[in-house]
Ligand binder design. Structure first.
Ligand code: 0O2
Length: 207
């Protein structure tokens, strides 16, 4: 199904596997230290995955590129994917700052789909980082995508994802509209929760 030399494919995937291991460890350290310094853990849960061979090739085909290692490395930005789900809106931006201020990674690209949601209603903060991976002969910077979002945004995105896979082709227009409405409602809930969080925080500080 794939006409790339199996040895080259394996070598490429190994590099991304190393990047995933490295990023997992570095994020754990950064977030644990933040928790220690602030006596607060902003993270609800973290998920990570390596994109499957078939998904990599499907995405490459959808983007219209020929199947080769060079095109994969250049055009597929989420072979290593992390999702950090947090409680409140402010947690999302705090985590973005923690990662951006870290000297460990290079930031390749960032998209604030919370300030600028996608047309579908999708919201999340995306950071594409370059993870330094020590190989035998050199350090290589390997790309990974980190999606940072609240529990509410995650709820919307996972249901939307399920619908996209369940429906045969395009999501019908009326469903797209309803999904957009749900996304707006979720935005309001996130803002209300943020307000509650700040009220409780002030209350505790003044006690
Ligand atoms: P999967 O199955 O989650 O991996 P790119 O697609 O990365 O080449 P783009 O469009 O600039 O280019 O990437 P973007 O928008 O930074 O990230 C795309 C990823 O965001 C998707 O990956 C999804 O994970 C998520 N995403 C974007 N839009 C939507 C949406 O409308 N609904 C949901 N549920 N998720 C979305 P994949 O590979 O498309 O899918």
């Amino acid at each position: 199904m794939n006409n790339i030399n199996p040895k080259d494919w394996e070598k490429m995937l190994l590099k991304y596997k190393f990047a995933k291991i490295k990023l997992e460890a570095d994020l754990e350290i950064l977030l644990r230290e933040y928790e220690y310094n602030n006596e607060y853990n902003p993270v609800e849960h973290i998920k990570s995955r390596l994109k499957s061979e078939s998904s990599i090739l499907k995405k490459l085909e959808e983007k219209g590129y020929e199947q080769n290692i060079e095109n994969i490395e250049k055009h597929i930005h989420d072979i290593v994917g992390f999702r950090i789900v947090c409680s409140f809106l402010s947690d999302v931006y705090d985590i973005v700052s923690i990662i951006k201020n870290s000297k460990t990674f290079r930031i390749k690209n960032e998209s604030d789909y919370i300030a600028n949601p996608k047309d579908t209603g999708y919201t999340s903060y995306h950071l594409n980082v370059l993870v330094p991976v020590q190989l035998e002969e050199e350090v290589e910077y390997v790309e990974a995508e980190i999606q940072i979002r609240t529990v509410a945004m995650d709820f919307w995105a996972s249901l939307d994802h399920k619908l996209q896979y369940k429906l045969p082709k395009e999501i019908p227009l009326h469903l797209q509209r309803e999904l957009l409405e749900c996304s707006d409602e979720i935005k309001v809930i996130d803002m209300k929760m943020q307000h509650l969080y700040e009220v409780v925080k002030k209350y505790i500080e003044n006690k």
